[in-house]
Design a protein around this ligand. Structure first.
Ligand code: ZN
Length: 294
């Protein structure tokens, strides 16, 4: 899937492809100069937005594949964020914890049933109650399997219902995570900081936050800007402006306001999804196509 970005050197807009890493090494088709674009978005957000775009364009079946993948990655995001939150509360070395988490995830990565099991245990440990939504009905698993594995051609209305169910569930998980979601975000920022460190000093780095259906907290309490070692001060200023928060400062404990569900609107799943679609659907459409949506 392609999206439109702007060259930081000459402001020329051009299309480029989403990369799995979120790090895009680009050469402008107009001026030929290099820049590296970091997209501040989580995988589950990108996947859900791709599903939304497909649904808006009438590709109902393709949308299901993206929505289903988005849910799986959202459960992973919850698991990682919750475990990192715990580690931060215990003042452990978050880089070391992240490495162990990565090694553990490798054992689960190719089997979604294992992932669900790990998620259930982490959810129970953090929330103190069973993840009652983790049933085939709660996850819309039968519909998903019919579409993905048995070639069922779903109607648009069925995919709307499926998307609305997953949207509500994912929003609920994000609300329950509260400030712990910042841990998942900080992890991405640290990966980006490492990639940035590895770049030659003269390459301009750009960080973009893309609009989407979710509003995962990105953190106001960002650690201070750190100059890039070995870089001359003039370039450091240019990069510092776009530098992600680095270091391993923990974002600790949930704040009392961490659960916006307390004053969330009383919308049912379908209405909540439609409201988000109305509010942000055009932005998503513009993002992926460079043209206005319908
Ligand atoms: Zn350019």
């Amino acid at each position: 899937m392609k999206f439109t970005t702007t060259c930081p050197h000459c402001r020329h807009p051009f299309q480029t492809e989403y990369l799995d890493s979120g790090v895009h090494d680009l050469y402008c088709p107009n001026c030929g100069r290099r820049s590296v674009l970091f997209i501040r978005k989580h995988r589950f957000e990108t996947l859900f937005d791709l599903g939304t775009r497909a649904l808006m364009d009438g590709y109902a079946r393709e949308a299901v594949v993206n929505f289903a993948a988005a849910l799986e990655r959202c459960l992973e995001f919850y698991l990682r964020s919750a475990l990192l939150e715990r580690a931060a509360q215990e003042h452990r070395d978050l880089d070391a914890v992240a490495r162990e988490l990565g090694a553990t995830w490798k054992l689960l990565v190719s089997q979604s049933e294992r992932q669900l099991g790990a998620f259930a245990a982490v959810y129970l440990a953090r929330e103190g109650r069973a993840p009652e939504f983790l049933t085939p009905q709660g996850l819309g698993a039968d519909f998903r399997n019919r579409v993905i594995h048995r070639g069922y051609l779903p109607r648009e209305s069925e995919v709307q219902d499926y998307a609305a169910r997953l949207f509500a569930l994912m929003n609920r998980l994000l609300e329950e995570l509260g400030d712990a979601a910042l841990q998942g975000t900080l992890m991405q920022e640290r990966e980006y900081a490492a990639a940035l460190e590895a770049l030659p000093g003269d390459v301009v780095a750009v960080f973009e936050e893309h609009p989407g259906m979710f509003r995962t907290p990105r953190g106001q309490a960002e650690p201070p800007v750190v100059p890039v070692p070995g870089q001359d001060p003039a370039q450091a200023t240019t990069q510092a402006a776009t530098r992600p928060p680095g270091g391993s400062q923990p974002v600790n404990a949930r704040s009392p306001n961490a659960r916006p569900s307390a004053n969330a609107q009383p919308l049912n799943d379908a209405a909540a999804f439609q409201a988000a679609l109305k509010e942000r659907g055009t932005l998503i459409s513009e993002l992926f196509s460079g043209k206005a949506g319908r």
